[in-house]
Unconditional design. Structure first.
Lengths: 199, 199, 199, 199
């Protein structure tokens, strides 16, 4: 099977997913700057979603670069990841106008958690398809950032009934942790950027 | 003619088709978890459609890999398949909020049937464009899974006036049959995964 | 400049344009088969638009295959073609529910005419960028089908105030002429398929 | 890291961004030519946005052609550019029906300014990733057109409370300056087309 076409298809899906969220930014009926106020939280969530999907694209890209063999299980693990990512614009469409509410914050977290777990499954499926001692095996080590993100998501979902704003803050914090290059980690674990984005 | 660009264009169309269906998952106006109730059946149909289109992508991918010659007839057989696949989000948009109703269930089945027949036509058109004894000819044998799926679709459409829920269950069952790797079939007919997805 | 990336970008745009029109096929609120009646003309126009855009993709593909040199003027002639093609879903969205009306029929024709003229300009710009005696020069000869189509569009637009149904019939007829392989022309002018699709 | 996949992903995103704006051209409810009057300004802004995004695609294409090394910072500078470009359809959706109003004109200018600055950052990030004396360094010189565009955007935003029509005129003028090939500049500064489009 061809890795190149898997990449091309994934790129296409991710390109649509990352962009289609802009349809949530419906312009206001009025023409005053103050009419934009309800658009502001939607823009913030659009930015957050854009960063998460770009993170996944970056890491997906690096993950597949390190891979030599692809099989049917990989195709489906990849489709599973794309499915979860494709739910992001829908979850963002609900969270945007309901930034301080419990259920939209929790549902957005569930989509992030699902995407992170799907990425994890894809990594393991790819590992299982490589011969022992493959470059991918060497590249994927412990995943502190990823585990921290998973804990963050679960915590954010659990606390959303009490403090939905906190949940949203956690999502931004996780994105920031992945965005800011961690020089110390990069030195000790140069393969860190290789692993699960956003979880 | 270039197989690569045909693949690239098909990937682009399928990437849009598989993702655009998420626009059917409009967020509810309210912010309670119970407000998501009408979204649940739409999500189920989105997942079903995602799986079907991913199945077609996987098999389309394998089909073209086995091919050496492409001609004008192949381009149009391919366009015909893309046309049917592109109707999936529209049929899903109707079925999602009308899961227990006859006409939406039947129309969704017609789109599945049309896609399956279009895939069949594409396979035959590709075969006709290859020299005798081509790899594709060896790869495409009898197609039990495909024929079973066709019977399933026709049955589901025919029974939709009496039991629309049964029709929808058949669509899910067909998708599951294609998803679950059939080890016995894979041993006896290793080329099975090569043939018509979803029909 | 790279022909490959120009092709990739054009493929991406055309893939979105050909698929986005399906958003015009909004499902009816009701669940009866008769509720689909207003969708039927929209589906017919979606099919017509799909065929036209697929025709352009096919011919665009062949046109660029025959080309060795690309310059800035080609990029803009190509962007001009993509712009006209991208108007197709909008024109189709108006024509679909207004099949028997003058203005929507005329506007759809203007978009077809604009696309055909943009394709013509792209061909000439490509010719100007090639050295004398290039394969493209040999491939592009007289263009009877193209000229016939142009006459058809102008006639359809001119007659739309009197007979809008006739205009729509002309659009279908032109698409059919390009779809049906003309064996006689193919023998005499093997390069016919090379030239302007849909005009 | 692979430049090719960065290009492919960028092409995908830009293809969606450039086309999705056509969804703003909702057809009128009526069927008379005069019903199109409110669509006309939206079409003008769609054309303007199409030209700007095509300009960015052209220059992005040339920029990456001249590059040999890509790193993580480049991926994020590129994602930042794609984010700003993706806001264009949303800003256009507001400006289209409010051509003579202050806030929509200013907001559209802010998106153009943001895109231009993001392109500038991408250029510098790419330069920082190349070894000294790279082809890119030689290609990127002074950027008179770019600086002029930036001044134009700032001026247009600043004057939008007094003369919103002037602001929109400036946007069209900047697009025209970048579209029209400046032979004199091309002779003196052959690398001009290499630099910031639209700013």
């Amino acid at each position: 099977m061809s890795r190149d076409r898997l990449e091309a298809f994934s790129d296409g899906v991710i390109a649509v997913v990352i962009t289609i969220g802009v349809l949530n930014l419906r312009p206001p009926a009025g023409d005053a700057l103050t009419d934009l106020r309800p658009v502001a939280p939607k823009l913030a969530i659009y930015l957050l979603s854009f960063v998460f999907i770009a993170l996944y694209w970056n890491n997906h890209h690096l993950l597949l670069r390190a891979v030599e063999h692809i099989n049917g299980a990989v195709l489906w693990a990849n489709a599973n990841l794309l499915f979860w990512l494709s739910l992001t614009p829908a979850a963002a469409a609900w969270l945007g106008p309901h930034l301080g509410d419990t259920a939209p914050a929790a549902v957005y977290g569930v989509v992030l958690l699902g995407s992170a777990m799907a990425y994890s499954i894809l990594t393991r499926t790819l590992l299982a398809a490589q011969p022992p001692g493959s470059p991918l095996e060497r590249a994927v080590g412990r995943d502190r950032k990823g585990n921290l993100s998973l804990i963050g998501y679960v915590l954010a979902i659990a606390l959303s009934p009490i403090a939905p704003w906190f949940s949203v803050a956690v999502y931004f914090a996780v994105a920031a942790v992945w965005l800011v290059p961690d020089r110390r980690i990069a030195r000790v674990l140069p393969e860190a950027s290789m692993r699960h984005p956003g979880h």
